[in-house]
Design a protein around this ligand. Structure first.
Ligand SMILES: [Zn+2]
Length: 394
């Protein structure tokens, strides 16, 4: 397929090219240049802008059934892995109902231009298999980070309890069925646990410095910061870092592939706002996630808009919207070390066709600002994953 005369955001810097041709073959971007001549089917795209498909770098879509339950409760009462309402919901709801709402969230993400999402899946191997069956026949790419349901009490952390043998076996089995592990946090895991998880060969991710409370608990319990302890996991990336210190950020920039921030989820829990200017200053690779569906909608357009405005409002200084768009695309592809999140030769053809003449966008005087704070599902003519149109039409 050849897309003729299309505007694109090209390469890892999302460089705006006003008009070019794009050849898509075997699910990839094959060639991008002016006037490609070929006998393949050609489509005139002169009113369209091609941008990379969004990567939602952190979700828990299993709790889609719990939308806006107990909105007045504190973080732990809502989503703590041992005592939270969410855990009770996941355990007590029939699988069929969980599955129905997981599927709805995945469908909603596709319509909103999300072509890949990274899900933290609770419930051990059964939890992973349930997510996989819910996503059957849906084209969205999903990176599943599972976990075994094993959490340490404060006393067990102080005694540095090791991971029981039967759980090590469970972990091996689990990792054969998913892309890596998603750990709830250091405050539920002994050093020995974290070191056992660190030996696994796939992706290793962990929530860290999400709340002031979790930061203080770590200090009180172990004398170390959450981030210092999270490093025992040798994490591929960390989630949140809302209350990370400068030293934490230095450690993370040097030793991991990135930080996933979830600004709307943090705000919805009345916890705080991640400081992306500081993260950038220390050279961290920043990506964006929408976190629990229970507390936030899985919509990257809304996440980008919110993040851009709240950052400038709080810091009283300008922030480049192109950097925000990179967090939802290029940076996440880099964090996953996969050929996604970027319109470039030999990358997977995961992309969105934005209507430049749509009511909300025309005239697009600043293409990055337009996408970050004006575009929505209404501005997308079509969503493509792996070279196939999976929603809308050209
Ligand atoms: Zn999370």
């Amino acid at each position: 397929m050849i897309l003729k005369n299309i505007s694109i955001l090209y390469g890892t810097e999302l460089k705006y090219i006003e008009s070019t041709d794009v050849q898509i073959k075997n699910g990839n971007f094959k060639k991008i240049s002016k006037k490609i001549s070929s006998k393949e089917k050609a489509i005139d795209c002169s009113n369209l802008l091609l941008i990379p498909g969004f990567i939602n770098s952190h979700t828990h879509i299993a709790d889609s059934i719990g939308k806006d339950l107990s909105i007045d409760a504190d973080v732990d009462s809502k989503i703590h892995p041992m005592i939270g309402l969410k855990q009770k919901l996941l355990k007590e709801t029939p699988k069929k109902s969980l599955s129905k709402y997981m599927k709805n969230s995945a469908k909603s993400m596709i319509k909103n231009g999300i072509t890949t999402f990274i899900d933290f899946r609770e419930g051990g191997l059964d939890g992973i298999l349930l997510l996989k069956s819910a996503l059957e026949n849906l084209p969205i790419r999903c990176i599943i980070l599972g976990r075994i349901e094993h959490y340490n009490t404060k006393n067990e952390i102080k005694q540095n309890m090791p991971l029981p043998k039967e759980h090590i076996k469970q972990l091996t089995q689990l990792l054969k069925n998913c892309d890596g592990i998603g750990i709830s946090g250091t405050n539920e895991n002994s050093n020995s646990n974290l070191q056992s998880y660190a030996k696994t060969k796939k992706i290793r991710a962990i929530h860290a410095a999400e709340t002031k409370d979790s930061v203080n608990t770590s200090k009180k319990l172990t004398g170390k910061s959450e981030i210092q302890r999270a490093m025992l996991l040798r994490p591929s990336f960390l989630i949140h870092m809302t209350f990370a210190t400068k030293n934490d950020l230095k450690l993370v920039a040097k030793n991991t592939r990135g930080i996933v921030i979830c600004p709307r989820a943090n705000s919805s829990l009345a916890e705080g706002i991640p400081d992306i200017s500081l993260m950038q200053k220390f050279g961290c690779n920043i990506t964006i996630g929408t976190d629990n569906v229970m507390i936030n909608s899985p919509d990257i357009f809304r996440e980008m808009d919110y993040l851009w405005k709240v950052t400038m409002g709080m810091s009283q200084s300008r922030f480049d919207p192109r950097q925000i768009l990179k967090m939802a695309t290029v940076n996440a592809g880099k964090m996953l070390n996969q050929k996604i999140g970027c319109i470039k030769e030999n990358y997977f053809a995961d992309c969105l066709f934005i209507n430049k003449n749509s009511l909300d966008l025309e005239p697009m005087n600043n293409v990055y600002a337009s996408i970050v704070h004006r575009a929505s599902e209404n501005s997308i003519n079509a969503v493509m994953i792996g070279g196939k149109i999976v929603n809308g039409k050209l």
